[in-house]
Design a protein around this ligand. Sequence first.
Ligand code: AMP
Length: 116
Amino acid sequence: MAEETIFSKIIRQEIATPLLYQDELVSAFRDIYPKAPCHILIVPNKLIPTINDVKEEDELTLGRMITVAKKLAAAEGIAEDGYRLIFNCNNDGGQEVYHIHMHLVGGHALGPMLSK
Ligand code: AMP
């Protein structure tokens, strides 16, 4: 059994992080340490620790994460200028929270995709 992270508590609203969006599959809330003017995390309600653990049965949830990202980008007013969607996986990918999440970042030009 994978161990729950703080994201499960946010999804269940056991801690008072405001939700920007929630439905039966996914939830979204602002990143606590934003790396850009807009930095939102879109997460499956179900605990999936890493992208390596994704199963075919999760495809609907993963697709929903993208349509929710699109809607939130529009709501944040950054859709036309553009934004970036990021998944980090495991140590080399820089993953810190082991409950998969898509970062929606934008609000200014983000520069090169990778830097060390
Ligand atoms: P990652 O490195 O892809 O695992 O990203 C984890 C992200 O979760 C980081 O950007 C953190 O700032 C963010 N984060 C960690 N704890 C919280 C929290 N309680 N509420 C919102 N964002 C969080």
